[in-house]
Design a protein around this ligand. Structure first.
Ligand code: GLU
Length: 429
């Protein structure tokens, strides 16, 4: 945590209050959208491999489902809090609305550290989570997906438990499933690629060619790796990446001025997904401080790890050269830091727009499951590119027309769509 006392839900609410003022929303609508519709907190008892029983705390928060069934991932994280899940559920509502898919916003979590759990113990957590919440989720109510430290295998265990309870096959219960088991090709790539589709469009607006630009990325998980892959396919060069080190319980940044080699770094990861420092040094990487990714002299910064990473304490480290920040993670920039970035005129691609590729592909997964006909990878990525590009231009046009900061413009579009759905349903006047 960078800001002591940082509360992501207060941050999400303050972002919402700001746009509620711009849109002049009435009191009822504000109250409805400031807080989740429903939330569930529960215990998940698990018999551990050593014979003991451990009780894990699980959550599901359903922020708003006026535009369609709730949608959002489940995070496994040792520092998970209900306020983080609340914030993330609200951001899911805006995310689905800004890319205009017929889904609402939800999020789930379990306080646990999968690094220290066997596969069997993780399976029991997944099945236990579903047992506690099965009555209140489902293909037509609320559809989970992967997120921080959860993957396709976790989704399949959850689906299997849900189907055992519901008595039938319900592939629409969950997305991010393995390919061949109802999953979509391209889902793994979708979030990171989506981030770079928006960066590509921003570069066009700034009249810059990707091959003349450099990036620094925070994180080396699924989103970060695929964002780097897409950026390199566009011709760009990533010179720095930061990665969590499980053994040292801290992150390090890895820099190579002539550009990192993604496959080389992927081949150097340990079984926790961290980059091996010694191997990296031997391959010519400088291993530097965790926060150093932020002060690199690059054109593009991509925070793609966790929330609260660019704060009032760290924002001043951003180099004069930086032109674009694309938020691969949810909530990486605190409101105080955001105000500084806005003043500096950096082109911000806000989280719920930049990283909407994941949920958009989840929506495609649902569509394919419903048809029981699956598209090729090219087709999925082409449709994803179209959705992300359209959403990007709707937001940037709004920003230009009304002289708004990109984050505010994205919020205006998203909140307006959700408020309208609530009004049309007769929930508010
Ligand atoms: N967890 C991802 C997100 O934060 C994807 C959610 C989904 O696919 O439903 O957007």
């Amino acid at each position: 945590m960078k800001d002591s006392g940082f509360n992501p839900f207060e941050m999400a609410q303050s972002q919402f209050d700001n746009v509620a003022d711009i849109l002049d929303l009435n009191d009822g609508t504000r109250e409805l959208l400031r807080n989740p519709m429903r939330e569930y907190h529960f215990n998940i008892p698990v018999k551990m491999d050593d014979g003991s029983t451990k009780v894990f705390r699980g959550f599901r928060v359903q922020h708003n489902d006026a535009r369609g069934p709730g949608k959002g991932g489940i995070r496994f994280h040792p520092q998970e809090t209900v306020d983080t899940v609340r914030a993330l559920s609200m951001w899911m509502t805006w995310k689905c609305a800004v890319v205009d898919i017929p889904l609402g916003g939800s999020k789930g979590g379990v306080i646990c550290d999968p690094h220290n759990l066997s596969a069997r113990e993780q399976e029991q957590i997944c099945r236990g989570w579903v047992r506690q919440i099965a009555r209140d989720v489902g293909p037509f109510a609320d559809v989970p997906a992967p997120d921080v430290m959860t993957n396709a295998q976790h989704m399949l265990w959850m689906l299997d438990e849900f189907e055992a309870i519901a008595g039938g096959r319900f592939p629409g219960f969950i997305t991010g499933k393995p390919v061949g088991m109802g999953g979509s090709l391209g889902r793994k790539e979708a979030t990171g690629y989506g981030v770079m589709y928006t960066v590509r469009e921003a570069l066009k607006e700034l009249d810059l060619a990707p091959e003349d630009t450099t990036a620094s990325v925070q994180g080396f998980g699924n989103v970060a790796q695929h964002a780097i892959e897409a950026f390199h396919l566009m011709g760009g060069k990533t010179i720095c990446v930061s990665c969590w080190d499980q053994q040292d319980q801290t992150a390090y940044s890895f820099r190579k001025n002539d550009g990192i080699d993604l496959d080389e770094l992927r081949n150097m990861t340990d079984h926790f997904g961290g980059i091996d420092k010694e191997k990296a040094k031997a391959a010519g990487y400088e291993v530097i401080h965790a926060d150093d990714w932020l002060k690199q002299e690059v054109d593009i910064l991509v925070p793609a790890a966790l929330e609260n990473q660019i704060s009032k304490e760290t924002v001043s480290r951003i180099s004069e050269k930086v032109k674009i920040i694309a938020e691969g993670a949810n909530g990486p920039t605190t409101p105080e830091a955001d105000a500084v970035i806005k003043d500096r005129g950096i082109f911000m691609i806000p989280d719920f727009l930049a990283n909407a590729g994941g949920v958009t592909c989840s929506y495609f997964e649902q569509v394919q499951c419903n048809m029981n006909y699956f598209w090729g990878k090219e087709e999925v990525l082409e449709k994803l590119d179209m959705k992300m590009t359209d959403a990007f231009h709707a937001v940037s046009e709004m920003a230009r027309k009304y002289k708004l900061y990109m984050r505010d413009a994205a919020y205006v579009i998203a909140v307006n769509r959700v408020a309208e759905a609530c009004r049309d349903r007769g929930w508010v006047s």
